[in-house]
Design a binder for this molecule. Structure first.
Ligand code: THU
Length: 135
């Protein structure tokens, strides 16, 4: 999907500022994410860890759950920021959740260097299981 320069700038800026609110005292790996909903609105989120490590939530899922909680069921784009030199792609669990609400979503990851990932969720999760399989 095509983003305007303004949309991309806003998404990147929202993801970057969300990373500053990450609660990541165990991994020390802050992540920020921003998603663009079908309405044009942007929702952001950060990773939220827990002393019971397995309960930690990734930034992508925090942002997506916030979008859904606000009635946004169709996601067009997910942008992920890590304050690292090497760019990181969403984890497997987040890929599955992105697919649920954005089967055609564009996924962009960026970091402090010029490295970027800019692909479709299809490329990250080919042959995905999804809502279409349950009908
Ligand atoms: N994390 C994310 O928030 N998004 C990703 O795409 C990869 C990993 C978080 C989970 C955990 O809080 C920390 O990064 C280290 O894995």
């Amino acid at each position: 999907m095509k983003l305007t320069a303004v949309q991309l700038k806003k998404l990147k800026s929202a993801a970057k500022s969300a990373a500053q609110r990450a609660y990541a005292p165990y991994s020390n790996f802050p992540v920020g994410a921003a998603v663009l909903g079908g309405s044009g609105k942007i929702y952001s989120g950060c990773n939220v860890e827990n002393a019971s490590y397995g309960l930690s939530n990734c930034a992508e899922r925090t942002a997506i759950f916030s979008a859904v909680a606000n009635g946004e069921m169709r996601l067009k784009c997910v942008v992920v920021y890590t304050p690292t030199k090497i760019v990181t792609a969403p984890c497997g669990a987040c890929r599955q959740v992105i697919h649920e609400f954005g089967p055609d979503a564009r996924v962009i990851s960026f970091c402090t260097s010029r490295e970027e990932i800019d692909v479709s969720i299809h490329a990250l999760l080919p042959g995905a299981f999804g809502p279409q399989d349950l009908v």
